[in-house]
Each structure stands twice: as structure tokens, then as C-alpha cells.
Write a protein that binds this ligand. Structure first.
Ligand code: 13P
Length: 251
């Protein structure tokens, strides 16, 4: 049985004071939950706050991006070693907002994936199609190309210490969730593709669903055989909502 994982992606939201209340609420809400794993990926300036509030708890923390370089003259960039300085466990790689708004290619995403793993961070590698791509019937093709940027380049063994997040772009922040069957179909496709390289890695691989996961739809999504938890945007900013989603991963 794979263990479920629920990760909050705060995106570019938060302030010291509101984070404090949010993290406190999450800590209290999930304290007794032992059957799943939890994490929050916060903006860089708040890593120290996350570390000091969450260390020793059952909520891990991480970042939302990193530089593929270890150091150098890269103004504004953040190196993998800077994230491990703050004891991050996870880093989100290749989120569709990075791919779309910041023009990150599969090539860049795969370089970041490797840099994260080299530093001992667990990448949460995002894949997902746009609405136009879905309507053109090329969802699997798009997802396969994104996945192959790490699977073919680094081999299935690299996925042993990684998480894949399927986030259909049309479902992100839109309130339009993929139906459990739609999500399950893509999750199964991802697992099968990994299984073609290594059945054991595929069997153990944690594949999260992201895209308008809410307290009201989480249990149904998490109940699907190949959905191992969620990557939560908007609902991770409200402690009661995030805790309710965390609870749904318990069942
Ligand atoms: P929403 O949950 O706000 O749709 O965002 C999903 C997401 O992008 C998580 O990474």
C-alpha cells in the first residue's frame, strides 16, 4: 500500500502574521493524523518561519522552485543548497505556472529535477495538459513528453526518490476539477509508462493530483486506485480547508 501525501502549494501568497495563524491551524488539525504524510511548499522568505514552526511535527516543508545551478552570478535565483540550509524536504519542479508564465521548458525542468535530487531534496515533478491539448486528444502525448524529460533522461530509479504531480492546467485555480475518472485515467497512464521501465518503482511511485482539490471533492479523488494524494493550491491557504483535505487522505 502506498502512503498518501498531501502538499500545500502556497504559490505567491502569505505574510508573516497570516502564515503564523495558518501553520498553527494546520499543525493542530493534523497532529493526530498518522496514516498519511503532509507538507507545505511556501515562498522562499518564509522557509525559516516554516522550519521553526514545523520542525519536530508531522508536517514537512519545502519550496516551489529552485535554480539548477549550485551557485554563481544568477541574480534573484535560489540554489538547492540554500533550500537544504532550511531543512526543506520537498521542492516543486515544473509547475505549469513556471512552465507557462516563466517559459520553463522540459529541458529546464529536468535540470532542476536533477539538481534537487543531487542536493537531497525530493522533487515534486508536475505534468499536465492545457484545455486545448485535452480537447485535441493529445493529453497522453503531452504528459508522456513531460514525464520522459526525467524518466528517459535519468531512468526509472530516479523516480524512487521523487513525487509526480498530475495537474491539468485547465483545472488549476478554475474551480473545474478533473473528475475522479479523468484523473485516474491519467494517473494510471503515468504509472504504466513508468512500469515499462521498472515495475517496482512504478508500484511505489507517489502520484499526486492537483487542480481545484477542495474539502468536498478530496475523498472521492483520493479514493481512486492510482491517486496517492494531492497538491493543493487555493484550499491550502485556509487551515480548516487544508486540514479537511488532509483528513480525507487518512481514509
Ligand atoms: P488550485 O488548488 O488552486 O487549483 O491549484 C492547484 C495547483 O496549482 C497546485 O500546485
Amino acid at each position: 500500500m502506498r502512503r498518501k501525501l498531501v502538499v500545500g502549494n502556497w504559490k505567491m501568497y502569505g505574510r508573516l502574521a497570516t502564515n503564523q495563524a495558518l501553520l498553527q491551524g494546520v499543525l493542530e488539525g493534523v497532529r493526530e493524523l498518522r496514516d498519511a504524510d503532509y507538507a507545505v511548499c511556501v515562498p522562499y522568505p518564509y522557509l525559516s518561519q516554516a522550519q521553526s514552526m514545523l520542525q519536530g511535527s508531522n508536517v514537512a516543508w519545502g519550496a516551489q522552485n529552485l535554480s539548477p545551478q549550485e551557485e554563481g552570478a544568477f541574480t534573484g535565483a535560489v540554489a538547492p543548497g540554500m533550500l537544504t540550509d532550511f531543512a526543506c524536504s520537498y521542492v516543486i519542479i515544473g509547475h505549469s505556472e513556471r512552465r507557462g508564465l516563466f517559459h520553463e521548458s522540459n529541458e529546464i525542468a529536468s535540470a532542476k529535477f536533477a539538481a534537487a535530487q543531487k542536493a537531497g531534496l525530493k522533487p515534486i515533478f508536475c505534468v499536465g495538459e492545457t484545455l486545448v491539448e485535452r480537447e485535441s486528444g493529445i493529453t497522453e502525448q503531452v504528459v508522456a513528453t513531460q514525464l520522459d524529460a526525467v524518466l528517459v533522461r535519468f531512468g526509472a530509479q530516479a523516480l524512487k526518490e521523487a513525487v509526480i504531480a498530475y495537474e491539468p492546467v485547465w483545472a488549476i485555480g478554475t474551480g473545474k476539477t478533473a473528475s475522479p475518472d479523468q484523473a485516474q485515467a491519467v494517473h494510471a497512464f503515468i504509472r504504466q509508462r513508468v512500469a515499462q521501465h521498472d515495475a517496482q518503482v512504478a508500484q511505489g511511485l507517489c502520484i499526486l493530483y492537483g487542480g481545484s482539490v477542495k474539502a468536498g471533492n478530496a475523498a472521492e479523488l483520493f479514493g481512486m486506485p492510482d491517486i496517492d494524494g494531492g497538491l493543493i493550491g487555493g484550499a491550502s491557504l485556509v487551515s480548516d480547508d487544508f486540514v479537511a483535505i488532509c483528513r480525507a487522505a487518512q481514509k
